[in-house]
Design a protein around this ligand. Structure first.
Ligand code: XMP
Length: 527
């Protein structure tokens, strides 16, 4: 195991992800972690980047025992400065010029030094394209270190200790903008630390199940909302494997789901995956609260979010009451969330996890209202890893590759007032669109596809009659992270077919438009 000590860089989790790609197991802990408190001994330690300056008051510092652990250490960015600061109390930093973006570092091969100093860049070209992101940089190589990489702006971009396997680099090897970065991490983990390459998704499943069991105990119970999407389904399936029916999944049907979605989720999660699932049909309540709300999408989101909380809390109380009657089970103490790493907006920092972890809660405000502890089995993973995990857990391809669907559902795809009639129109149009995308074999290469309904009336002619109907917008995007996206380039025959089907098969629609706005400036959803 490689220990990653996190100083709060936005890239920290990418380090553990790259190590996983090398099949090396790693654990990331806050930078203040005391080595003596660990129950295991790391094979190597990586000090991450971070937003601070080592001389700043209150700047985080590692447990000095790290440097006596007798294992290799790699400092990245702030980690490099922290290492230099530890070994050399002369002023090692010069920081006036921020550097952010691509750079080329020149690797120095030092034939007259001990061989290990060349190990970090072994097998790599002498000129490496890298990604820099830092304020401070070293002003000189610290005592007992030699320089192993330079750039014109950072003459000490890489350093190695002359005697010990300690290395520091100013650039970020963990980001994809450093194309050979993974090889640098591989040199560190495999060549230098001799870490075993035996980590697999199957091991993650075993570890996570063991962790969940230890957390929850043999009587504790967990409740969680599921949506039918890949994240909550994978999280739910893990819980099921770990604690069986002591996990209670709840699907709130808000009346804004896709056509027949609630029934389908019930079938796949309940019948097929054997998850203990309760479906609540609350469509009428949601729609009654949405009545009359026309032109304020945030208000819609709030109403939907708050109604969700009301419905979920009431059900949770009932489930708790019933669960108490089973002698072998204890209290519901935990709330499951399928939060992924990209949802975790602040990484664990030196102030300690509880002070700074903030997550996007899809079901806004729910944890605060419930006196429950959060359990987030996917919080280290990225979407593609969740898909791999889902496959490993026996979840169907179709579900594992589903496009994301927003919590407020069709509510934010119906521009203007949300009514039962509008939902029905949009459900039909959406169904045709997605069905055609699947039939054309395009579903996987599209990141997200959606139909939206604009109540503005537009004139059409059908048969010999003039008709006055609404407009359906179609949108499809290609994206890797949903932060930026480009519209999907369908061929015209495909669009023609979908348009013709929607106008002919869905009453009340007279026109179909395809959205060719990228994100930014457009967002993926219309509201
Ligand atoms: P935007 O529209 O912001 O969407 O470009 C980016 C991704 O987020 C989803 N999205 C939401 N998901 N609640 C959700 O659970 C919401 O209120 C919400 N708004 C947008 C959207 O579907 C896309 O995948």
């Amino acid at each position: 195991t490689i220990l990653v000590l996190d100083f709060g860089s936005q890239y920290s989790h990418l380090i553990t992800r790259r190590l996983r790609e090398l099949n090396v197991y790693s654990e990331m802990l806050p930078c203040t972690q005391k080595l003596a408190d660990l129950s295991w001994s790391p094979k190597g330690i990586i000090l991450s980047g971070g937003p601070y300056s080592v001389y700043e008051e209150g700047a985080p510092h590692v447990d000095p025992a790290v440097f006596d652990a007798g294992v290799p250490i790699l400092g990245i960015c702030y980690g490099l400065q922290e290492m230099a600061y530890h070994f050399d109390n002369t002023n090692v930093l010069a920081g006036e010029k921020r550097e952010y973006g691509p750079a080329t570092v020149n690797v120095e091969r030092l034939a007259d030094k001990k061989d290990h100093v060349n190990d970090l860049f072994r097998g790599l070209d002498d000129a490496l394209n890298v990604w820099m992101s830092h304020g401070d940089k070293l002003s000189h190589s610290p005592a007992s270190f030699v320089t192993i990489a330079k750039t014109p702006n950072a003459p000490f971009a890489g350093i190695a200790h002359e005697e010990k396997p300690y290395f520091g680099i100013q650039f970020h090897p963990e980001v994809t903008h450093t194309p050979k970065g993974k090889q640098v991490l591989e040199n560190f983990a495999i060549r230098i630390c001799k870490a075993r390459q035996d980590w697999t998704m199957g091991k993650f499943v075993d570890q996570e199940i063991a962790r969940i069991r230890a957390l929850v105990g043999d009587k504790g119970q967990v409740i969680g909302a599921i949506s039918g999407g890949v994240d909550s389904t994978v999280a739910a399936k893990l819980m099921k494997e770990a604690i069986g029916d002591r996990f209670h999944a709840v699907l709130v049907d808000n009346g804004l789901l896709r056509l027949n979605e609630a029934a389908q989720v019930k079938k796949t999660l309940g019948d097929h995956l054997g998850i203990n699932l309760t479906v609540i049909d609350a469509g009428d309540l949601f729609l009654s609260r949405l009545a009359g709300v026309k032109d304020d999408p945030e208000k819609k989101r709030k109403i939907i979010g708050n109604t969700f909380i009301d419905v979920f809390l009431e059900k949770a109380k009932q489930i708790e009451k019933e669960a108490h009657n089973t002698p072998q089970a204890g209290e519901i103490e935990w709330l499951l969330q399928g939060t992924l790493y990209p949802d975790v907006i602040e990484s664990i920092s030196f102030k300690g996890p509880s002070a700074t972890i903030k997550t996007h809660h899809n079901v806004g405000g729910l944890p605060a209202k419930m006196d429950l502890k959060l359990i987030e089995p996917l919080r280290e993973l990225f979407k593609d890893e969740v898909r791999e995990l889902g496959t490993k857990l026996g979840i169907s391809e179709e579900l594992v590759w589903r496009h994301p669907f927003p919590g407020p559902g069709l509510g934010i795809r119906i521009l203007g007032e949300v009514t039962k009639e509008q939902v029905q129109i949009l459900q039909k149009a959406d169904q045709i669109y997605i069905e055609e995308i699947r039939a054309a074999g395009l579903y996987r290469e599209i990141g997200q596809a959606l139909a939206a309904l604009d109540p503005t009336k537009s004139v059409g002619v059908m048969g010999d009659k003039r008709m006055y109907g609404q407009i359906v917008f179609l949108r499809a995007v290609e994206t890797s992270d949903f932060m930026t996206a480009d519209w999907y380039n369908f061929d015209f025959q495909f669009l023609k077919r979908v348009s013709s089907r929607i106008v002919n098969e869905v009453d009340g629609v007279s026109r179909v438009l395809y959205d060719i706005t990228s994100k930014p400036p457009g967002t993926i959803e219309f509201e």
